[in-house]
Design a protein around this ligand. Structure first.
Ligand code: TYD
Ligand code: MG
Length: 463
């Protein structure tokens, strides 16, 4: 019998190649191929055996709504869409050291009095997990611990009577299926281990939470197929130097995506942040030029955050553009629109943009706030005090209305803001929640709010 050749599998996308190449032909990633032994022989075609008939039903019919396992940690429950669903798989991704193990241990402990929770660690010894629990003040929680990496052993221990309700696997990259030859952490192993564990979870009705490491490109290490296999994908993110941590749902079969949960890393674990706006604005410097408050929406919740810009004459032939927390391409667009449509001379300047507090904004509604911060920094004129800004900007410079205007204004009013700069088109029919609204039709209207003082004008404006 001829020896089955091993194949070379891309660790990014899972694509298989018969021989080694430097660049994956499926996804184009470089240097990601790893030799893996062939999978157990898959049946070729369907053969002669006939299948069973499947039953077809209509859309109508009664299905029970899934029971939710609510931990009481509100930030976590909301990101899950109102609690975790029985017989489902969740993937929790994030950089090393961001707090995945910590938050999951806390969630586990919060559920342990009502549900049977199991924490299986493949990375840390039992003692390390115990030490962490002690630090978190949770050592009394009735959680069952295990240190294991062999999926066959885990499946054998869970199967049978008294199956648990919640199982945490920390992390999926350390798990292996012993029928495969490849090393733990390779695509084949990650995929096979996850498949076994999720299949068991669906069969026995428990919720399995898989911790997944993130590569330097920001993807969950291992194949993207992992994201397709689970029902919910949560990313835990934040700057390590900040104490804020944000949990974001990027996929959820049982709830909305783009929902965020905000936590604060303290000496005693992660604390929920019920009012993120107050936290993000807590370090604000009052009236300085180049800063303005953006009224954003994250998931179902309004979040106010400060956007800071610094525009300074550049000594370089190609001025620097640096962005933290926002899209660099979007910044380039706003700069071009300010330059071409409003005549602001930004070309010879270095531009730095920062979303304070470590939040990452993806909403186009931040356009107007970014433009205001830039215009304010260039002119040296501070933003009007107590004012929030939001709105989308089009390529011709027109300010476009955005959704959830009411929610944004309400949150601003709740936090003591008295004014709002927003697109004129969005003001129609809307109530202004007691705020003084300055409607902007075009970016030119916004630029006019930031006149350069005459003395500064010459030095700051180029060309
Ligand atoms: P951890 O949950 O181990 O991260 P991950 O599982 O994502 O790799 O978190 C580790 C970091 O969190 C570590 O740098 C120490 C910090 N930490 C605290 O600041 N306070 C705490 O109470 C705990 C348990 C950890
Ligand atoms: Mg960990």
């Amino acid at each position: 019998m001829p020896r089955k050749a091993s194949s070379y599998v891309c660790q990014e996308c899972g694509g298989a190649h018969p021989k080694w190449v430097g660049r994956c032909e499926s996804c184009g990633a470089w240097n990601t191929l790893v030799e893996e032994a062939p999978a157990e022989s898959a049946p070729r075609g369907l053969g002669a055996r006939r299948g069973r008939k499947i039953t077809l039903v209509g859309l109508e019919g009664s299905s029970e709504t899934p029971a939710r396992r609510v931990s009481g940690i509100k930030e976590f429950d909301r990101v899950c869409g109102g609690g975790m669903v029985a017989a489902s798989g969740l993937l929790v991704g994030g950089d090393p050291g961001i707090g995945k193990s910590t938050v999951l241990l806390q969630v586990c402990a919060a559920l342990a009095d009502r549900f049977q929770c199991l924490y299986i660690s493949g990375e840390e010894a039992i003692d390390q997990v115990r030490l962490r629990a002690e630090r978190l003040g949770l050592s009394q929680a009735p959680i069952k611990l295990a240190a294991a990496t062999n999926v066959r052993d885990i499946v054998a221990s869970l199967d049978g009577k008294g199956a648990p309700d919640i199982v945490i696997i920390d992390s999926i990259q350390t798990m292996f299926v012993d029928s495969l030859d490849s090393a733990p952490g390779t695509v084949a192993q990650v995929r096979a281990s996850a498949q076994e564990l999720i299949r068991l979870a669906k069969r026995l009705g428990f919720t399995v939470l898989l911790v997944g490491h993130v590569t330097k490109e920001g993807l969950i290490a291992g194949p993207r197929v992992l994201e397709h296999m689970v029902d919910t994908v949560l990313y835990f993110e934040g700057e390590r130097s900040h104490q804020f941590r944000i949990m974001r749902a990027v996929k959820n079969r049982f709830g909305p995506t783009d929902e965020i949960g905000v936590f604060e890393m303290t000496g005693a674990g992660l604390k929920e942040v019920a009012n993120p706006s107050a936290l993000f604005l807590s370090d604000r410097q009052g009236e300085v030029s180049g800063a303005c408050v953006f009224a954003g929406i994250e998931g179902s919740r309004p979040v106010l955050v400060e956007i800071q810009a610094l525009v300074a004459p550049s000594a370089l032939a190609t001025p620097r553009r640096a962005v933290v927390g926002w899209d660099a391409a979007r910044l380039a667009m706003i700069l071009a629109v300010l330059e071409a449509r409003c005549g602001l001379a930004l070309a010879g300047n270095d531009v730095y943009l920062n979303v304070a507090g470590g939040l990452r904004i993806t909403e186009p509604a931040a356009d107007l706030a970014v433009a205001a911060a830039l215009a304010s920094s260039l002119s040296g004129t501070p933003c009007p005090p107590g004012t929030v800004v939001f709105g989308e900007v089009g390529l011709s410079g027109e300010a476009r209305a955005v959704a959830h205007t009411d929610n944004r204004l309400k949150e601003a009013s709740k936090l003591g803001f008295t004014g709002a700069i927003m697109p004129k088109r969005g003001t129609k029919g809307g109530r202004n929640q007691g705020l003084e609204v300055q409607a902007v039709d075009h970016l030119v209207d916004l630029a006019r709010m930031f006149p350069a003082p005459p003395r500064l004008a010459q030095g700051r404006r180029h060309g």
